[in-house]
Design a protein around this ligand. Sequence first.
Ligand code: ATR
Length: 307
Amino acid sequence: MRSFMEKVFSADDLNRGIFSARSADTNPPYFAVLGKPISHSQSPLMQNAALEEIAKSDVRYKGSRYFAFEVSPEGLSDSLDKFWNKNFAGINLTIPHKEIAAKLLSDMEDGARLARACNTLLRTSDGWKGFNTDGFGLEEAVRSSLGRDFKGSDVVVIGAGGAARGAAFHIASCGCKSLLIANRTQERLDRLVSDLKNSGFECYAASLADCGKLVPENSIVVNATSVGLRDSDSAVLDFSVLPKSTVFFDMPYRKGCETVSVLSARAAGILACSGLPMLAWQGAKSLSIWTGKPMLGELMLKTLNES
Ligand code: ATR
């Protein structure tokens, strides 16, 4: 039998008496990640390891659990009401819910509002409040794994989808020296660049084909596309044209092996890292928002690396 932690639940399971009703005083709080597909998610593994650690020094979290729920985009709004009536204190959202949730919520912190995407919901007395911890996760991953800060750096973001939007707004908010965005499809690229400019951030656009030649010395290049998730993918860029002083962060990650872009960057002599540390640090920030406890990013990353 699969363990409770590995099981994928549906919103209908919330009606079946498996999860206790809201009662903040008596029951340990639940947490959940909602997405579709969701069975691949590593979040329950790392979040439950961190909850067990927290429970060692705070009995309120003894028995707290983090679950994976498969929820369709059409079902998100109703599901959030159901979670509200149960003892869930926090929710993570992944594909395809981040941008949908930003349209549903009235209460969002600035980062989520700017990116128009939420990956973290906190229960408040008035309802769910939206946060976006992806940008923080990226920043902390680049700092801890590549030794670099966005502040004062020339940064290149590849991609213009939901993940790239969150990354670009966060990087711009960090006070980077310059921001170049490149994407395969021009229309989406133009929309992101104009949204950044309308929010007061200076940035430049380039086609995916041209951007390699435009990367300045000592840049941080971030791949925020989905290129690298599939076996058949090739590297997102021709790394041989980039300055050797570039560092490369690949948001995709693969269980048990490096992504094709990271391998290709390293072969060109470029320091490179794939997305697992970002997963750990965005999750650590979410749990800290829900519990008020210090972040346990290193424990979460160790749990992921050892799984
Ligand atoms: P997410 O929410 O994960 O960002 P998304 O919104 O579907 O997902 O965005 C996917 C990103 O990956 C986009 O920037 C997409 O480029 P297009 O706007 O041109 O579609 C990019 N992408 C996906 N497959 C790609 C490929 N084979 N080559 C280049 N870019 C690709």
